[in-house]
Design a protein. Sequence first.
Length: 237
Amino acid sequence: MGHRLIRPLRGTITRLLQQQPKLLPTTNVFLNPNSSRNYISEMRKEAFEGNILRLLRNEIQYELDRSPPSQHIPEFNLFIVDEKPGEQWIRLQKKFGETEDIRVDVTMFDASVPAKKPGGVVAGGDVQLHITMIVNVFKGEGSDVLEFICSAWPDTIEIRKVFTRGHDRITAQPYTGPGFKNLDDKLQDSLYDFLETRGINDDLAAFLHNYMKNKDKTEFIRWMGTVKSFIEKKQKK
């Protein structure tokens, strides 16, 4: 089954927009034509908004009934997980040894590729979801930062770039070095070991995918609730 975390409302709302002029008849029922038009326009608006509210309530209830979001997980393998509602990033932080601080900024799902079966054949309709990770390793106040740009797949971490930059990010475009796959194989392995020792590993990738699936659902339900509240709010006279 392909990735389908939420049931999109776009098609339904588009159809509703197209049907909006047909929701109520336009026959004049008042002697004053202007009053009649204003009354009908207001009734159309209320009926249209009522339909959107009904769709939103149904979708919220559907998501809650099907599989309600789980509670925020505050920690994983000594990483403290910092998540702010409504944002597309989370941050993981921990200390390593006596001198290092590790910070990992992680996106929600931002891409996908066709999934492959063990034999290498692409599975029909299935995709692998992609998460971007930015790993920063700090070694004391004022020192440069070692930064890794990584991909988190469902069960593995892939390094894409490794470079150093200033602690205060003053340099707008630091030199980021060659592509990671252009490095010597032994150096690549050593850099993977460097991250593995600090807990940036396949277990973390699996945790992040489960975490982001839950956050995706949570944010979708929150978004629908926010839109619903806006539409329910009456304009001040």
